[in-house]
Design a protein around this ligand. Structure first.
Ligand SMILES: NC(=O)c1ccc[n+]([C@@H]2O[C@H](COP(=O)([O-])OP(=O)(O)OC[C@H]3O[C@@H](n4cnc5c(N)ncnc54)[C@H](O)[C@@H]3O)[C@@H](O)[C@H]2O)c1
Length: 397
């Protein structure tokens, strides 16, 4: 079958296995050609199949530490005419490359929020993998079934300060349109905190501690976004911001526990705004990203997932130059937050309209990143070639 990108709003519905493979290889090549660090021996990455989680796994395994990894994700393989998700293929190709170098790379595909998944992973660590010295929490999800009360919570990307009208990109028609981010109800806020807050991270760390599968000195990090003032309405002061505040509170609590029990550490890392499956879906956010990319590319400070994540581990988590703010958050987003960068973004934000957005923003770069989430627009791939999905369906992640 010929696989083409199909998308609805900010969601990509198809994935190209050969393109995904090439992009995983590209990330591996980037870290191999970069400076290395002495990092974790054995890591568990929750949300490992795309975006920041995948970049984390690649940096750890191929960036000099030769870390054995367990990756958890929620993805689908090809079935009938459905191509399967990009993360499904990323899992397969990461594992293939890691095993070629003699590393352990185990994939668990299923619901990380469930108690069953926690039990399965712990059993595997005990019986085959060995104690873990790093746990990364990089989940982004729209829903969560709470394993304790059995209720399913649906997160909402809404404002808490009244309806917000702003520009966004229509990726299908390559136009700039106006979008409204609605004001949240109390229910929306509660549900978003349930899904994207720290509750599940805490359940994971407590379960791992109780099962005695964390190494002495074990560290855990969860990813967050803070962003500049211009995005506060849609992010920091929105439902997602409420969830991230809960995540930060959880980090402080987990830090106390890990310090006391294992001389370990728990913290959040505030990462740069990038195009991922999760962020492309946030209303209005894409326009901020297109302007940010333009300014950072011109300044020469733009980073993608792998560059940002590798720097986080190399310089900060396992390096001598950590940037940690007064709240104890790691700040690899320092380059995004530079004053001159934000001044220019603000200036462009005032000017942007449907006639000039392709010139004054990096819309082309943003769209390419978006299509590459599904393995499209990758150099060297012949997209007119027939892909036999049956062959890919036989591969086990
Ligand atoms: N993209 C950005 O601009 C940005 C910036 C800063 C921080 N972050 C944060 O980084 C983290 C990761 O986000 P991302 O942007 O890399 O998103 P992503 O969509 O690329 O990755 C999300 C991961 O979570 C997994 N997942 C989702 N639901 C699951 C479930 N029920 N069980 C198991 N796995 C599940 C997916 O399979 C995938 O591996 C999030 O906390 C996000 O807020 C993102």
């Amino acid at each position: 079958m010929i696989i083409e990108p199909k998308y609805k709003g900010g969601i990509l519905l198809t994935a190209h296995p050969e393109g995904c493979k090439k992009l995983v290889e590209k990330q591996i090549k980037y870290v191999k050609n970069n400076k290395s660090y002495n990092g974790a021996k054995k890591a568990l990455i929750i949300g490992a199949s795309s975006g920041y989680g995948l970049a984390t796994r690649i940096s750890l395994a191929f960036g000099g530490s030769k870390t054995d990894t367990i990756g958890i994700s929620y993805e689908n393989g090809p079935r009938g005419k459905r191509t399967g998700t990009a993360g499904w293929y990323n899992n397969i190709f990461f594992k293939e490359a890691a095993e070629k170098e003699g590393l352990k790379a185990k994939n668990f595909v299923g619901d990380a929020f469930s108690l069953e998944m926690k039990d399965e992973v712990i059993k595997y660590i005990k019986e085959e993998f060995g104690k873990v010295d790093l746990v990364i929490y990089s989940l982004a999800s729209g829903r969560r079934k709470d394993p304790i009360d059995g209720e399913t919570y649906i997160s909402a990307l809404k404002s808490t300060t009244g309806d917000i009208v702003g520009p966004t990109v229509d990726l299908k028609n390559d136009t700039l349109i106006q979008q409204t981010m609605e004001n949240a109800t109390e229910e929306d806020i509660k549900a978003t905190v349930k899904v994207m807050g720290g509750e599940d991270w805490e359940l994971w760390i407590k379960a791992l501690l109780e099962a005695d599968v964390l190494e002495k000195g074990a560290r855990t990090f969860a990813y967050t976004y803070i962003g500049p003032k211009i995005t506060y309405g849609i992010y920091k002061d929105g439902t997602i911001g409420a969830a991230k505040r809960h995540l930060e509170k959880t980090a402080k609590e987990l830090n106390k526990i890990l310090k006391e029990k294992l001389s370990g550490e728990a913290a959040v890392s505030s990462n740069k705004a990038l195009v991922t499956k999760a962020s492309a879906y946030i209303p209005i956010f894409p326009v901020y990203a297109t302007l940010l990319f333009k300014v950072m590319k011109e300044k020469g400070t733009h980073e993608g997932c792998i560059e940002q994540t590798h720097r986080l581990f190399l310089d900060m988590i396992y390096g001598d130059n950590p940037i940690i703010d007064k709240e104890g958050r790691y700040r690899p987003d320092n380059l995004e937050m530079e004053e001159d960068v934000q001044d220019k973004v603000n200036e462009l934000w005032k000017q942007i309209n449907e006639n000039n957005f392709k010139e004054i923003s990096d819309y082309a770069g943003f769209k390419k990143d978006f299509l590459q989430l599904g393995g499209f627009e990758v150099e060297g791939i012949d997209y007119s070639k027939d892909i036999d999905l049956e062959t890919y369906a036989k591969l086990i992640p």
